[in-house]
Ligand binder design. Structure first.
Ligand code: ATP
Length: 345
């Protein structure tokens, strides 16, 4: 297969298992985001792929050839880390040309390649600038150009945008994705920001405690999370306890939810429903009723917090469909069955 295969990869640091028997196939040209809470093993996994850490077990295979023990400098990978690690005493051109120079690429070829890369990262006239005189976003682009100089077989980035402010980070996410699509390069990015992963990735790999909890396309993960951990980690969701009645239909707080069933044999489960899918109605029009506890008007959207069934359900509406209620009012809640995902507890 053309692409990257991780086969039963594990990494142990003494008694601690940072990555646990993890297998994943990444077809050539895929943009992968490794996503998960702090300490779940994302960086350790990326470092093993890079050859900076050796696995305690398992194999890494690239385009059909095993590379598990191949030294980093022979893997031909491009890497960008959070710290960027640009050479402060070199200008932009020399930073980007660095890998070409140590490989003995002829000078004219180096210059042509650097010009091409500067265009690619939208910094065509910045070659002579000292890197110390660049903004955060410009430094980021130089680090990316430097990593891409030798046309790497894999492009690996560890939290590359986390030092940027929110607006610039969002812009750079789009830029990075467009760049990757243009080059068709297999790219793996570590992030703990789910919006970042949703913006850039073909394949989101959600990790928890050294294992893959779910690996799928972003929308699939959002719409069909595998479990409550994934549902809660990707976007915001409402999680409600549900029980099965005698015929397997879902009950919330003893009240039947039309059209929602639990998998055969399951007595209890959790129901995940996204805030934008919750419908608010007059109390008499819905099976479930609750009480409004808080309204958050964010300008573009309005969030209504409703105390119901021993928890708080949040509903998101556009300002135009904003419910005419105030804190303390009773309100009806409809959970459309097609938007409900029943998850094991
Ligand atoms: P973060 O988002 O905080 O960077 P992460 O998901 O990237 O977290 P890792 O850095 O891969 O997590 O760490 C996974 C676990 O392995 C953590 O418990 C960490 O403390 C531990 N760990 C990582 N590197 C080492 C090391 N060299 N020696 C001992 N333990 C380590």
């Amino acid at each position: 297969m053309s692409g990257l295969a991780l086969e039963g990869i594990a990494k142990r640091f003494g008694a601690l298992t940072a990555v646990d028997d993890l297998s994943l196939t990444v077809p050539h040209g895929t943009f992968v985001c490794l996503l998960g809470p702090s300490g779940c093993g994302k960086t350790t996994l990326l470092r093993m792929i890079a050859g900076l850490e050796s696995p305690s077990a398992g194999r890494i295979v690239l385009d059909g050839a095993e590379i598990t023990d191949l030294p980093t400098h022979r893997r031909d990978f491009g890497m960008v880390f959070q710290s960027l690690a640009l050479f402060p005493h070199l200008n932009v051109r020399d930073n980007i040309a660095y890998a070409l120079r140590i490989r003995g690429v002829p000078k004219a070829e180096q210059e042509a390649r650097v010009a091409e890369l500067l265009d690619l990262v939208h910094l065509p006239d910045f070659g002579n600038r000292p890197v110390g005189k660049l903004s955060g976003g410009q430094k980021q682009r130089v680090a990316i150009a430097r990593a891409l100089a030798v046309s790497p077989r894999l492009f690996l980035l560890d939290e590359p945008l986390s030092a940027l402010d929110a607006k610039l980070r969002e812009a750079m996410q789009v830029e990075l994705r467009q760049l990757q699509q243009k080059l068709g390069i297999t790219t793996i990015v570590v992030t703990h920001d789910q919006r970042e992963a949703m913006t850039m990735a073909d394949l989101v790999v959600v990790m928890g405690e050294g294992r893959i909890r779910q690996a799928a396309a972003p929308v699939e993960i959002y719409r069909r999370p595998a479990d409550a951990f994934v549902a809660d980690f990707i976007g915001s969701t409402n999680l409600l306890d549900v029980a099965a009645n005698g015929s397997g239909h879902a009950l919330v707080d003893g009240i039947p939810l039309p059209g929602v069933a639990l998998p055969a044999g399951l007595k209890r489960a959790r129901l995940s429903i996204r805030p934008e899918d919750v419908r608010l109605t007059a109390p008499a029009e819905a099976p479930l009723t609750g009480r409004v506890t808080f309204l958050r008007d964010l300008g573009g959207t309005v969030e209504t917090f409703v105390a119901v069934a021993g928890t708080t359900v949040i509903a998101v509406s556009t300002p135009r469909e904003r419910p005419q209620v105030a804190a303390g009012d009773a309100i009806g809640i409809q959970l459309p069955p097609e938007a409900c995902v029943v998850l094991p507890q």
